[in-house]
Design a protein. Structure first.
Length: 95
């Protein structure tokens, strides 16, 4: 009896464990995302390479060293965030 229940347990486990499968979602990369400012670039080098931004948002923060000034420049296709005068992040946008 003990052997039968053990064999039945193994047979049930083998029958219930099939190959694993999952859905895969592929998101296309936005066009032109490779040509964008990289972290560490200065404001001067960004403007020299990409031209003047379409909009310069005024700096926010900067009251203390724990909150450095963050500036945002908007270009067609991406937005650049600066901490002091260095790029900290670039976000690709539609358009």
């Amino acid at each position: 009896m003990r052997r039968t229940s053990w064999l039945l347990s193994i047979a049930a486990a083998a029958a219930l464990s099939g190959p694993a499968s999952a859905d895969e979602l592929k998101v296309p990369a936005p066009g032109g995302s490779a040509d964008k400012p990289s972290s560490g670039m200065s404001m001067e080098s960004v403007e020299a390479k990409y031209g003047a931004p379409t909009r310069r948002a005024p700096a926010v923060g900067g009251a203390t060293t724990a909150q450095p000034p963050i500036t945002r420049w908007e270009y067609p296709g991406f937005v650049v965030y600066f901490e002091h005068n260095k790029v900290v992040h670039t976000v690709v946008t539609p358009g």
